[in-house]
Design a protein around this ligand. Structure first.
Ligand code: NAP
Ligand code: SF4
Length: 677
């Protein structure tokens, strides 16, 4: 196979002695919400089986608790629960008997949703509402025994192994750190004592499952906490875990509490692999690296440089279940790349919603959203090649319909063409590459620079017309809104009009934040340069102080501009941004001295600037540019014109509903429509 020549490391098997992993690509653990959903095991079975058919070497499930107190819902402790997991392991085995599947054992400790959450000490996490109960000796013994029996149940359920999560602020990691472990008995105090619990967990698990079972331990190789683990402590723990029988060490780079982005699209690809590399040199067992490894060449480079033995990709497997198969067949340009937006995956996980994927709405919905070949092929016109139009056109064509895709612009992408220009959102280029390639592969007739008219569409005898004409910026009614200093966000992001030195941004939604990032940007994007990233977020990869960050001051460069980011609501600015990424956007702008003002009443714009009132008090912002980022209005004139002229006209994306519309909804809605047409 061509891919095996191109990616020799990725496609070489890994011999663990008692078993072999067929390639180095692992589907990493991701809680999807299916664990607790109705028919969740059946849905999980298909979700994992599809990835097994897609060529991955080993799958690690979402986190499952060993007991009630450690949980977020799902647990594995009883024979009945083990029987349910059989549905998953049987499906994966049927899909490909060579693919390994391991259960992740996740004991949430102080982060668990359980009423009686437990921890080494009664220290509440800043991100959890629950004060955990400090474990007594009997409680510790119970946790150890529950870990061991959960692993035994996993074996009984047909798993090839378990991964024990020892990072992220969950139970095991809270034993390691002084701030969360204030015990004075043999489970706390000196580091040897603080290590005792995680090491004992692995020892008991190995004892329970015997030699021929994969035991992976996930370690926080750089926990990104001020005062977190030192490098020596990481190495000491890794060696002790190896000693008591782990098969593989998997590296993780965060606690959920840490103030450094480690997985979002702002993070350079494979940013943390070299930390794994340093740990690999200290250990005698294989290692797994992860985080922002989203294309086969990135994975291959990490392996070729010897940073790790295996590469874990969780979100990329949501985005494209055939990632590995496509790489193997030399079709990597057909991979639907994970853009690390978190919008449909982790943002959903952390707000209690079922997970999916912005670029692939089928993820975790395999049994509900099916792209079956059509038995009645149609000629379909799609007007608008933005996210909604592209989503519809590709799914409809894949199902066997003949699709013509019109756009008045000279390139596909619509609003994606704005997003890709925002520093830190360069991954959108990959989505555009994917769609451009799928247009070729699926023989979609692409008509760019073509403003399709109602008459032309009507006369062409299409069986169905899909209007995905998108949105236009909303321009609020305000005295002076037509002043020359006022520009819209498209002109600001595309650089079509000059932006001055003192700027007011009207509207603090996702686009207002994007505009601020664009106009304050200076130098190379941190997402493209690991040194810039490390400087901006205060990480010292070389010296590895405690947590990688202790005592390191972030240093940001910014364009010479003063920026005000304004909204009328009195709520916190940026509150509506993604749960897992919003804080990074707010922090990035705060570090660039953006003045964020809420509760604003706009009065007028004139030569002096923007006049506003706050709490009834008048203020003048002496700005030379006002950028309007006040949301969008739907563009549906063509749809209205076609009413009564064509029997099958559908509306999708922003043209259907502009309020709160984003690419996630646009692609989701259009994919469901295309699956049914
Ligand atoms: P948006 O999120 O709806 O924000 C619009 C902003 O304009 C709000 O701050 C709103 O706040 C203000 N506004 C609304 N009507 C106004 C009026 N008449 N006069 C003055 N201000 C007004 O829209 P967006 O920022 O254009 O984003 C569009 C969509 O793309 C959203 O769904 C967004 O989530 C998505 N997006 C997401 C990201 C991301 O990173 N996840 C990035 C870009 C865009 P007030 O009414 O309080 O002033
Ligand atoms: Fe990746 Fe975004 Fe899809 Fe999550 S939603 S898997 S981050 S593309």
């Amino acid at each position: 196979m061509i891919g095996e020549e191109r990616y020799p490391h990725l496609f070489s098997p890994l011999d663990l002695g008692f078993t072999t992993i067929k390639n180095r690509a692992i589907m990493g653990s991701m809680h999807t919400g299916l664990e607790e959903a109705e028919n969740g095991f059946e849905r999980m079975a298909e979700y994992f089986a599809e990835r097994a058919r897609g060529g991955v070497g080993m799958i690690i499930t979402g986190g499952i608790s060993p007991n009630e107190e450690g949980g977020f819902g799902a647990k594995l402790a009883t024979a009945d629960e083990a029987r349910q997991h059989r549905i998953v392991t049987d499906a994966v085995r049927a899909a490909d008997p060579d693919v390994k599947i391991c259960l992740q054992i996740l004991h949430g400790g102080p982060l668990a949703f359980a009423e009686h959450a437990v921890a080494p000490s009664a220290v509440k996490s800043r991100i959890s509402p629950t004060m955990p109960t400090a474990l007594d000796e009997a409680g510790i013994e119970k946790q150890l025994s529950d870990f061991a029996s959960c692993a035994s149940r996993a074996k009984e359920a047909g798993y090839d192994g378990v991964e024990i999560i020892g990072s992220a602020g969950y139970l095991l990691s809270t034993f390691l750190v002084e701030k969360t472990n204030q015990r004075t008995d043999r489970w706390g105090g000196c580091y040897e004592n603080r290590m005792r619990f995680p090491v004992e967990v692995v020892r008991r698990v190995r004892e329970a499952v015997g030699e021929e079972f994969i035991v992976i331990f996930r370690i926080a190789a750089m926990d990104m906490l001020q005062g977190g683990m030192s490098w020596d402590e990481v190495v000491q723990l890794g060696k002790a875990i190896e000693e008591v029988g782990a098969s593989i060490i998997s590296t993780h780079f965060t606690w959920h509490e840490s103030a450094v982005p480690t997985i979002s699209t702002r993070v350079p690809r494979a940013a943390f692999a070299r930390v794994t590399g340093r740990l690999s040199k200290e250990l005698g067992i294989p290692t797994i690296t992860s985080n922002r490894i989203n294309m086969p060449d990135v994975a291959e480079n990490v392996l070729a440089e010897g940073h790790a033995d295996l590469v874990s990709m969780a979100r990329p497997m949501l985005a494209d279940s055939e990632f590995v198969k496509k790489a193997r067949e030399g079709r990597e340009d057909e991979i639907n790349t994970c853009i690390a937006c978190n919008q449909a995956c982790l943002d959903h996980t952390f707000t209690g919603r079922e997970v999916s994927c912005l670029v692939n709405p089928r993820a975790c919905h395999e049994t509900l959203l099916k792209y079956e070949p059509t038995t009645a092929p149609k000629r379909i016109a799609v007007v608008g090649a933005g996210p909604a139009g592209l989503g519809f056109a590709t799914v409809a064509a894949q199902r066997g319909h003949t699709v013509t895709l019109f756009d008045s612009a000279s390139e596909i992408g619509g609003q994606f063409n704005l997003a890709k220009r925002v520093p830190g959102k360069e991954e959108f280029y990959e989505t555009l590459r994917y769609y451009a390639r799928m247009i070729e592969v699926l023989n979609i007739d692409l008509q760019l620079n073509t403003r399709a008219t109602a008459t032309q569409l009507h006369d062409s005898n299409f069986d169905q017309i899909v209007i995905a004409t998108g949105v236009e910026p909303r321009i609020p009614e305000l005295e002076g809104i037509d002043h020359p200093m006022v520009i819209n966000y498209i002109d600001a992001i595309m650089g079509h009009k000059p932006v001055g030195k003192k700027v007011a941004i009207m509207g603090a939604g996702g686009i207002g934040f994007d505009v601020a990032e664009v106009i304050l940007h200076k130098g190379t994007s941190a997402a493209l340069d690991i040194n810039v990233f490390a400087r901006e977020w205060g990480i010292d990869f070389e010296r590895h102080p405690r947590g990688g960050v202790t005592g390191v001051e972030p240093v940001v460069e910014k364009a010479d501009r003063e920026v005000f980011l304004l909204q009328r609501k009195s709520t916190r600015i940026g509150r509506e941004l993604g749960k897992t990424t919003g804080w990074t956007h707010r922090m990035a702008l705060a570090r660039r001295d953006v003045k964020m003002i809420n509760g604003v009443d706009y009065q007028k714009i004139d030569d002096d600037g923007l006049h506003i009132t706050i709490d009834g008090k008048s203020q003048l912002l002496e700005v030379d540019t006002v950028v309007v980022c006040a949301g969008q209005l739907p563009l549906r004139a063509l749809y209205d014109e076609l009413q009564g002229r064509h029997p099958n006209v559908s509306l999708v994306g922003g043209a259907y509903e502009a309020v709160e519309l984003d690419a996630k909804q646009a692609i989701n809605q259009s994919s469901y429509l295309a699956a049914a047409v």
